[in-house]
Design a protein around this ligand. Structure first.
Ligand code: NDP
Length: 619
C-alpha cells in the first residue's frame, strides 16, 4: 500500500535500449523533488535537550577514581581502528598501551548499533580484522552485528587491551607538555595523565542525528534512535522477536542502510508499521549463507590478507587474475570507481569513459528497479520504492527481506518526498502534508552527523608545540603528512580517510593505517628519536600531491538526489581523500617507510625543532 505516488518517473527503459536523455530528465526531476528547502533538510543534534537520544542503554554508569599517571601510548577510540592500532603497537614492543572510549566497552560502531537485523554488508572474511591472529572463522558470509562485537572483544582480550582500558570516558583536551615532551590528557572523568604517543581513532559516523522536524519535542509516545535500540520497549534482541510491539503502531523514519536491515523485523512483529521514506535506497540481492566448513578448512596461512588485498584491488579497478570475493560490491566496481577513486583506463577518452559509465549505471539501476517490480505486489508501492538516481549517489543497499516486507498487510509505505520529509509531529502523530498517522512509537533510523567527532570538529581541542591549536594550524586547510600527523603536533597520529585512503571495506584501510603508525613509532623508538613530527617540506609536498591528483566529482554530485554523500545536495565530497585510491596509497606508504622515514624523526641530538610552526600552504 502506498499513500502517495511519485512524480512522473517515466518508463523503465529495458537493458538493450537505454534512453540516457530521458533518464537524465527523470533523475533531475526526482532530485528537484527532494532539493534542499527551508528546514526540511535540517537535522537536530542529539546533544543538549535531545541528549537522551544518545544515552548509552547498554552499560550502567561505573564510578572510578581519576588518573594522573603516565602511559606510553594512548589510543582514543576503541572501535576496530583503535583496537588494530593498539594490537600493532603491542606487536611492535610497546607494552604500555591505554585504550579509551566513551562507550562502555570496545567495538565502536558495533558497540552502539545493536538494532534488530544488524549485519555487516561487507563480506565477513575481509571485513572482520585479525581473524588468523585471533584464530576465529566467522559463522556467516555477512556477519551479524553481535558476532562482530564479540570479535572486537576477542581482539581486546587476545592483545591484553582490557588491562589498561578507560571506558565511559571522553578526552576533553590534549596539550603538548614542552617540559616533559609528551601529551597532557584531560578527560570528562577528571583524569589528568600523560602519554608519550596519542592516536585518535574516533570514527566518522558516531553522533546520531535527528531530523529537524517541527514539533519533534512535543511527541508523547515512545521514541529512540536506531543506534540506541530500546529492547526494554520492543522486546526481543538483535535476532528479532520484538514481541512487545504486537499491540503497537510503530513509525520508522529513514530507509538508508540501517532502515533496510531493521524494517523487516519491525514489520514482522508490530501491530502496524508505517515506514516514512524520503528517498528509496537501492536494494540489491544479499545472498547471505553460512560459512562452508570445507572451504574454511582449505584455507592456508596468510589467506585473510590475500583476500583483503584482492577485494581492495578489485574495488579500485586494478587488474587481478581472479576475484576472490564475488558479490554485489564487486559486480558494480566501475560504478564505485567513479566516486571512490582508483585506476582509470587511460586508453579511453574521458568522454567515452563517461558515456560507458553512464550506460553501465543505467543498466545496473534498471536491474535494481526491475527487482522492485518483481518482489513488491502493489504497483503504487513498487513505484514509490524505485530509486531514481545514479548508483553511487547514495550508499548501495542489499537485502533479501526488505522489499518483501511491503507485501505484508500490516505495513504501509509513506512516501514523504514531495514534502521533503516529515512535515511535523504532534503529541500523538506524525504528519506528512495534511495526512496524519497516529502512532505509539517513532524509531529514527536517520543516520549520523558526518565528521563531528574528535579533533576535526574541535570537540577535542589539541594544543601543540608553541601553543598553537590544531584547528588554528589547519586554518588555511587541513595539512598532514599522509593524513596521519601534522607539523607542530609531535607524537600525535590520526586514523581517518582525510588525505589518506578510503574504501567500502574500511577496516582494511584502518588495518593499513594501524600498521603504518606502529611501524613509525617502532622505528622512532629504535632510533631513539626525541619525538615524531613531519617536516614542513614533507607535509607541504603531500598536501600538494593530494590537491594535484584530486578527482573532481562535483558534476556527478550536483546531479544526485540529496543525502550525506553530497552534503545534503549542497556540496561535493571529493578532494578530501587521496583520489588515486587505496592501492596506490598503500604503495606510496611502503615506499615512504623504506626510504623516507627521516621526514618524521626528530633527531635525538636536536635540541630545538628546525622549522617554525604553522607556515601553511593551502590545498
Ligand atoms: P543514512 O544517513 O544513510 O540514512 C538516513 C535515512 O533517514 C535516509 O533514508 C534519509 O532520507 C532519512 N531521513 C532523514 N531525515 C528525514 C526526514 N525528515 N523525513 C524522512 N526521512 C528522513 O543513515 P543510516 O543509519 O541508514 O546509514 C549510515 C551509514 O552507516 C551508511 O551509509 C553506512 O555507511 C553505514 N552502515 C553500514 C552498514 C553495513 O552493513 N556495513 C549497515 C548500516 C549502516 P534521505 O535519503 O532522503 O536523506
Amino acid at each position: 500500500m502506498s499513500t502517495s505516488l511519485p512524480h512522473e518517473t517515466g518508463p523503465t527503459p529495458d537493458e538493450a535500449s537505454v534512453d540516457l536523455d530521458q533518464l537524465r530528465r527523470t533523475y533531475r526531476a526526482q532530485r528537484d523533488r527532494r532539493a534542499p528547502s527551508g528546514s526540511t533538510r535540517t537535522y537536530t543534534s542529539t546533544a543538549g535537550a535531545f541528549g537522551y537520544y544518545a544515552k548509552d542503554p547498554y552499560t550502567p554508569h561505573r564510578e572510578r577514581r581519576p588518573l594522573s599517571d603516565t602511559v606510553e601510548a594512548l589510543i582514543i577510540g576503541a572501535g576496530f581502528g583503535g583496537l588494530l592500532t593498539a594490537a600493532r603497537l603491542k606487536d611492535a614492543g610497546v607494552d604500555s598501551v591505554r585504550i579509551m572510549d566513551e562507550a562502555g566497552d570496545v567495538g565502536g560502531t558495533w558497540y552502539w548499533n545493536r538494532y534488530p537485523g544488524i549485519h555487516c554488508d561487507i563480506e565477513s572474511y575481509v571485513y572482520m580484522p585479525l581473524l588468523e591472529e585471533v584464530g576465529y572463522m566467522p559463522k556467516w558470509r555477512y556477519a551479524p552485528g553481535e558476532e562482530i562485537r564479540q570479535h572486537a572483544i576477542a581482539i581486546a582480550e587476545h592483545y591484553g587491551l582490557y588491562n589498561d582500558a578507560l571506558f565511559q570516558t571522553r578526552a576533553t583536551a590534549l596539550e603538548w607538555d614542552a617540559e616533559r615532551e609528551n601529551w597532557l590528557v584531560t578527560t570528562d572523568r577528571g583524569d589528568r595523565f600523560h602519554a608519550t604517543y596519542v592516536v585518535t581513532s574516533s570514527g566518522t559516523l558516531t553522533q546520531p542525528k535527528l531530523p529537524g522536524i517541527p514539533g519533534i519535542e512535543t511527541f508523547r509516545g515512545h521514541t529512540f534512535h536506531s543506534s540506541r535500540w530500546d529492547y526494554s520497549y520492543t522486546g526481543g534482541d538483535a535476532d528479532g522477536g520484538l514481541s512487545r510491539l504486537a499491540d503497537k503502531r510503530v513509525a520508522v523514519v529513514g530507509t538508508g542502510a540501517t532502515g533496510l536491515q531493521l524494517i523487516p523485523h519491525v514489520g514482522r512483529d508490530a501491530q502496524h508499521l508505517f515506514v516514512f521514506q524520503r528517498t528509496p535506497s537501492t536494494v540489491d540481492v544479499r545472498d547471505n549463507r553460512p560459512t562452508d566448513p570445507e572451504w574454511a578448512a582449505s584455507l592456508r596461512p596468510g589467506w585473510q590478507r590475500e583476500r583483503m588485498e584482492n577485494f581492495l584491488e578489485v574495488l579500485a579497478g586494478e587488474h587481478v587474475e581472479e576475484s576472490l570475493v564475488t558479490d554485489g560490491w564487486t559486480a558494480t566496481v566501475d560504478l564505485q570507481r567513479q566516486i571512490l577513486s582508483g585506476a582509470v583506463d587511460e586508453s579511453v577518452s574521458p568522454e567515452e569513459r563517461e558515456l560507458r559509465d553512464e550506460l553501465d549505471d543505467a543498466r545496473t539501476m534498471n536491474r535494481i528497479r526491475s527487482r522492485v517490480d518483481d518482489v513488491v505486489a502493489d504497483s503504487a508501492t513498487a513505484e514509490a520504492l524505485k530509486p531514481w538516481y545514479r548508483y553511487m549517489c547514495k550508499r548501495p543497499g542489499f537485502s533479501d527481506e526488505y522489499l518483501q516486507t511491503f507485501n505484508r498487510p500490516n505495513v504501509t509505505l509513506v512516501d514523504t518526498a514531495d514534502h521533503g520529509g516529515i512535515t511535523r509531529m504532534t503529541e500523538t502523530s506524525v504528519l506528512v502534508g495534511d495526512e496524519e498517522f497516529e502512532v505509539d512509537c517513532v524509531i529514527f533510523a536517520t543516520g549520523f552527523e558526518v565528521g563531528v567527532s574528535g579533533v576535526l570538529s574541535g570537540t577535542l581541542p589539541v594544543t601543540g608545540r608553541g601553543g598553537q591549536t590544531l584547528l588554528e594550524a589547519w586554518g588555511q586547510g587541513i595539512e598532514t603528512l599522509h593524513g596521519f600527523s601534522t607539523h607542530g603536533f609531535p607524537n600525535l597520529f590520526h586514523l581517518s580517510a582525510l588525505q589518506n585512503a578510503n574504501s567500502v571495506n574500511f577496516t582494511h584501510i584502518l588495518q593499513e593505517q594501524a600498521e603504518h603508525i606502529a611501524a613509525v613509532i617502532g622505528e622512532g623508538r629504535r632510533r631513539g628519536a626525541r619525538y615524531l613530527e613531519p617536516t614542513l617540506e614533507a607535509q607541504h609536498a603531500w598536501v600538494r600531491e593530494v590537491a594535484a591528483t584530486a578527482s573532481d566529482t562535483r558534476a556527478f554530485q550536483a546531479e544526485c538526489t540529496p543525502g550525506y554523500y553530497n552534503g545534503e545536495g549542497t556540496r561535493s565530497i571529493g578532494g578530501a581523500t587521496y583520489s588515486p585510491g587505496p592501492v596506490v596509497f598503500h604503495r606510496v606508504l611502503r615506499e615512504w617507510r623504506a626510504n623516507r622515514m627521516h621526514e618524521i624523526l626528530v633527531d635525538p641530538s636536536t635540541s630545538r625543532p628546525q622549522e617554525t610552526v604553522g607556515a601553511g600552504v593551502s590545498a
